[in-house]
Design a protein around this ligand. Structure first.
Ligand SMILES: Nc1ncnc2c1ncn2[C@@H]1O[C@H](COP(=O)(O)OP(=O)(O)OP(=O)(O)O)[C@@H](O)[C@H]1O
Ligand SMILES: [Mg+2]
Length: 394
C-alpha cells in the first residue's frame, strides 16, 4: 500500500496568505493561545491561526465543543491574551507578541463590542440602564447615553421594555436587550458567542432573522460563534470550520456544504455518506461496493481515499440498465419526515447509505431497488481519523 496523502487542509482551503499585507477589517496572523491545564498539560486552544475578515462581512466560526471558538473570539475582544501572533482591527494593531514591539490594546479601547451566550445583563438595572451603561463614560454623559439606549431598544423591537428589570423578562426578551447593548455603541465590529443557544427554537429563528437584517442595515462586521451548522449556513457570508484550534476550511456556506475540504468538514456540516477505498486512476476508486467513478484530485491518485456524498444527491432508480455508479440495494428503513422521504439502504456487503428523496415515500422497508449517483456528486478526499465510522444517519 502507498503512503497516506496529507489530511490537513492547505492554504487553498483557508483562503489566507500569511505573506501578503491585507486590507481586511480584521486580520489575524499566527495567533496561538495555549492554556496550561491543572496538572501541567498544555492545550493549544488556538493554534497558529491566520484569518482575514472583510469589512461588513458576517463571518461564522463553526466547530464542535472545545475546538477554540470562544478563545479566538476572546482574543479579538482583548479578553484573552494570545501566547503569540498579531491581530489588526480596522487597520490598527491591537495585539502583537513575538515580533517587534509588544502591543496589547485594552478591551475597552478596541473598536468592538461583544454579545454572549448568557444574557449577562445586570439584574439590578432596568433594560434602559443596561443598554446605556457602555456609553455613560463617554462624552455627552448620561443624557445622551439614555437617548442612544432608547434608540437601540427601538431598533431591536422592544421599546416598551425600557423600565423592566431582567428578572421580569423572558429569555428571548433578555437576549434582545443584550443585543441592543452590543449595538448601542455603534462599533464597527460586533462579536457574538452563541447568543441564541439559550432561547427556544421559535424565538431563535425570529431573532436570527432580525439580527441578519440589522447587520445588513447597520453594516457592521460580525464574527459569530456557533456549533449549530444550520445557524451557521443561514447567517454566514463565509464560514470558518475550526478543528483543534485551526481553520480546517474557510468558504461560503455553499462551498463548505458542496465542496468540503475534508471528511471532518463533510461530517460536521451535514449528513455525509462515507466510503473508504483506493484511488486507482483519475476517475476510479476501488471500494467495498466495487469501482466508483468520481473525479480524483491528481495528488490523491494511488492513495487510500475517502468518498463523501450527500444523501439528497443519491437517487433510487428502478429497471434502468447499468450505468456508472449504479448498485443494487435493499431498503433497510423508509421514513417520511414531511419535507422528504429518508431511506437507509444496504448496498453490497454491509455498506449503509442514507438517501433522501423530496417526494413521498415510494419504497417500502425490505424492498429491493437500485441506487445511483452522478460522479460529479462524489467528493474524493484524503482519509482522516473519522473515516472508518461508516455513514452517518440523522
Ligand atoms: N481558562 C482556561 N484554562 C484552561 N483551558 C482552557 C481555558 N479556556 C479554554 N480552555 C481549553 O481550550 C480549549 C478551547 O476552549 P474554547 O472555550 O475556546 O472552546 P469552544 O470551541 O468555544 O467550545 P464550546 O462550543 O464548548 O463553547 C478547550 O480544550 C478548553 O478546555
Ligand atoms: Mg465556546
Amino acid at each position: 500500500m502507498t503512503a497516506r496523502a496529507p489530511a490537513r487542509a492547505t492554504a487553498e482551503h483557508t483562503g489566507t496568505d500569511p505573506g501578503e499585507p491585507s486590507t481586511a477589517e480584521i486580520v489575524v496572523r499566527g495567533v496561538t493561545k495555549t492554556f496550561t491545564r491543572r496538572g501541567g498539560a498544555d492545550v493549544p486552544a488556538v493554534d497558529d491561526l491566520d484569518l482575514d475578515i472583510g469589512h461588513g462581512e458576517f463571518l461564522v466560526l463553526l466547530g464542535p465543543s472545545g475546538c477554540g471558538k470562544t478563545t479566538l473570539l476572546r482574543c479579538l475582544a482583548g479578553l484573552e491574551t494570545p501566547s503569540r501572533g498579531e491581530i489588526t482591527i480596522g487597520g490598527r494593531a491591537v495585539f502583537r507578541a513575538g515580533r517587534g514591539a509588544r502591543v496589547d490594546v485594552a478591551p475597552e479601547a478596541r473598536p468592538v463590542s461583544m454579545m454572549f451566550q448568557s444574557y449577562a445583563l445586570w439584574p439590578h438595572m432596568t433594560a434602559l440602564a443596561n443598554v446605556a451603561y457602555p456609553l455613560e463614560n463617554r462624552r455627552g454623559g448620561r443624557r445622551e447615553a439614555r437617548a442612544a439606549a432608547d434608540r437601540a431598544l427601538a431598533l431591536v423591537g422592544v421599546p416598551e421594555l425600557a423600565e423592566q428589570y431582567p428578572g421580569q423578562m423572558s429569555g428571548g426578551q433578555q437576549q434582545r436587550i443584550a443585543l441592543a447593548r452590543a449595538l448601542v455603541a455603534g462599533q464597527d465590529v460586533v462579536l457574538f458567542d452563541e447568543p441564541l443557544s439559550n432561547v427556544d427554537a421559535k424565538v431563535r429563528d425570529q431573532l436570527r432573522f432580525e439580527l441578519l437584517a440589522l447587520q445588513r442595515r447597520l453594516g457592521f462586521t460580525a464574527v459569530y460563534v456557533t456549533h449549530d451548522q444550520h445557524e451557521a449556513m443561514s447567517l454566514a457570508t463565509r464560514i470558518a470550520v475550526l478543528h483543534a484550534g485551526r481553520i480546517e476550511q474557510l468558504g461560503t456556506p455553499e462551498e463548505i456544504y458542496n465542496r468540503p475540504a475534508s471528511g471532518y468538514v463533510a461530517r460536521f456540516v451535514g449528513v455525509s455518506n462515507e466510503l473508504t477505498g483506493q484511488a486507482l486512476d483519475p476517475t476510479t476508486v476501488q471500494t467495498d461496493i466495487g469501482e466508483v467513478t468520481a473525479r480524483v484530485p491528481t495528488a490523491l491518485v494511488g492513495h487510500p481515499v475517502l468518498l463523501a456524498s450527500r444523501p439528497e444527491r443519491w437517487r433510487i432508480v428502478t429497471g434502468t440498465p447499468d450505468e456508472p455508479n449504479t448498485w443494487p440495494a435493499t431498503v433497510d428503513l423508509a421514513v417520511f419526515v414531511g419535507s422528504r422521504s429518508e431511506y437507509m439502504l444496504g448496498v453490497g456487503d454491509g455498506t449503509r447509505l442514507a438517501v433522501w428523496d423530496s417526494g413521498a415515500t415510494s419504497h417500502t422497508t425490505g424492498s429491493r431497488c437500485r441506487v445511483t449517483i452522478d460522479p460529479a456528486d462524489v467528493r474524493v478526499l484524503p482519509v482522516d481519523e473519522g473515516a472508518d465510522e461508516g455513514s452517518s444517519w440523522s
